[in-house]
Design a protein around this ligand. Structure first.
Ligand code: SF4
Ligand code: SF4
Length: 345
C-alpha cells in the first residue's frame, strides 16, 4: 500500500511555513521511499491564468528548489500550452505570463513547443486511447516532481495530481482529445443575455442574441464560460458524462500515459481550495479551510487522500463529481485508492 505523507499548514499566507513544510515532505519521501533522484528534475507547475489570484505562487516552491540545489540537482518549471486562446496559448505568451506571475527563480520550459505541436505519442492501449499525445519535454524525462494545487474543477469535479498529469502534461491536441465530448449546454430559461460568457470565451464560440448560443464547431470544451456565467445558466452535459464516464476515463488514461515509465514524486498543496480551477482568469474565494501539503509516489493515493481529508474536515462531500476518475485510474493500474497516511508533526 502506498504512503501519503502529510504536513498540516493552516494558512496559505504563511509562505515561510509552506516552504518549510514542502521541503520537509520532499526530504522525507526521498529518504523513506529510497527514491533515486535524477540529475535533472523538472517541476511540473500550473502558472495560473491571467487574472487568477489563487493558483499556488512560485514563492511557495523555494523550499523544494533549495532542497534540490543542495543535492546539486538541476531543475526548471515545466508547463504546456492550453487549448483555448489567451495568455497561455503559445510558448511566447506563456513565458511572458510566467514571468509576470513570478516564475523566475529557475528556467521555464514550455513542453509542447510554440503552438502545442511538439509531442510524443505514448502507447497505452487502454479503452479510450491506444496512444496519448504527451508534451515532448515531459515525455522524454524520466522523473518529474509534479506540483499540484488541490481545488475544484468545472468538468473534472476536482483537480489534483491526476489532473495535473492528464491535462497538464498533454499537448494541445491531447487536451482536445480529452475534452472533445465536453461541450457545455445553455439553459435558455436561466440565461439573461448578459454576455459574460461571450466575453470570457477564449474561442469566440458564444453568440448572444436574446439568449446565448454555443457554436459547437468553435467550442473546445474549456469550461471558462461555465465559471463566468453569474446566473449558473451554463452547465456541462453531465448526464451523458455520467452515463458514459468518458471524460473521467480519458483523464485517467492520459494521466497514465504522462506518468508511464517515470519515477515521479507528487507534492500537492491543499491550500487556497477554490470551487474552480487555476485556468479561470477570475479572482475566487476559497470554499474550505486550508488543509496542508501532501507528498506521495502514487498520484491516485494522493488525490484520494486530499478528498478524504476535505470530506472529513467539512463533514460532507465538497467535490461530488469526478470520483469515478480515481476508481478507473486504479483499475487501469495508475495507482491505489487505499493508502497509509503518515502525518509529520
Ligand atoms: S453569462 Fe450566462 S446569463 Fe449571461 S449570456 Fe452567458 S449564459 Fe446567458
Ligand atoms: S463555449 Fe465555453 S467551453 Fe466552449 S470554448 Fe467557449 S468558454 Fe470554452
Amino acid at each position: 500500500m502506498p504512503n501519503v505523507y502529510f504536513k498540516p499548514v493552516d494558512s496559505y499566507s504563511k509562505t515561510k511555513e509552506v516552504n518549510a513544510a514542502a521541503a520537509e515532505l520532499l526530504k522525507m519521501i526521498v529518504e523513506k521511499e529510497e527514491i533515486k533522484l535524477h540529475s535533472f528534475i523538472p517541476l511540473k507547475v500550473h502558472i495560473g491564468e491571467k487574472g487568477n489570484k489563487t493558483f499556488i505562487e512560485p514563492k511557495n516552491f523555494d523550499g523544494i528548489i533549495d532542497y534540490l540545489e543542495e543535492k546539486k540537482i538541476r531543475t526548471a518549471f515545466i508547463e504546456t500550452n492550453v487549448l483555448y486562446r489567451g495568455q497561455r496559448n503559445t510558448m511566447q505568451n506563456h513565458l511572458k505570463l510566467a514571468k509576470e506571475h513570478g516564475f523566475t527563480r529557475v528556467p521555464v520550459l514550455i513542453g509542447d513547443g510554440e503552438y502545442g505541436e511538439d509531442y510524443v505519442l505514448v502507447e497505452i492501449n487502454k479503452k479510450n486511447f491506444t496512444h496519448c499525445k504527451i508534451a515532448r519535454s515531459i515525455a522524454e524525462e524520466k522523473q518529474l516532481i509534479v506540483l499540484s494545487h488541490f481545488k475544484g474543477h468545472m468538468l473534472a469535479g476536482f483537480g489534483g495530481a491526476i489532473k495535473q498529469l492528464a491535462m497538464g502534461c498533454a499537448s494541445k491536441g491531447g487536451k482536445l482529445e480529452q475534452h472533445s465530448n465536453s461541450i457545455p449546454k445553455i439553459n435558455i430559461i436561466k440565461c439573461r443575455a448578459c454576455k459574460a460568457c461571450a466575453a470570457n470565451c477564449p474561442e469566440g464560440a458564444i453568440l448572444v442574441g436574446k439568449r446565448a448560443r454555443i457554436d459547437k464547431n468553435k467550442c473546445v470544451g474549456c469550461a471558462a464560460c461555465m465559471a463566468a456565467c453569474p446566473y449558473k445558466a451554463i452547465f456541462s452535459n453531465w448526464i451523458a458524462s455520467f452515463i458514459t464516464k468518458r471524460f473521467e476515463e480519458k483523464l485517467a488514461e492520459y494521466a497514465y500515459a504522462a506518468a508511464k515509465g517515470k519515477e515521479n514524486i507528487y507534492i500537492t498543496f491543499a491550500l487556497n481550495i477554490t470551487r474552480n480551477c487555476d485556468c479561470v482568469g477570475l479572482s475566487m474565494r476559497p470554499i474550505a479551510k486550508d488543509i496542508g501539503i501532501l507528498a506521495s509516489t502514487d498520484p491516485v493515493a494522493i488525490d484520494q487522500a486530499c478528498l478524504d481529508m476535505l470530506d472529513k474536515r467539512e463533514n460532507r462531500k465538497v467535490f461530488r463529481k469526478g470520483r469515478y476518475t480515481l476508481q478507473y485510474a486504479e483499475n487501469i493500474g495508475l495507482g491505489s485508492r487505499t493508502y497509509d497516511l503518515v502525518e509529520l508533526k
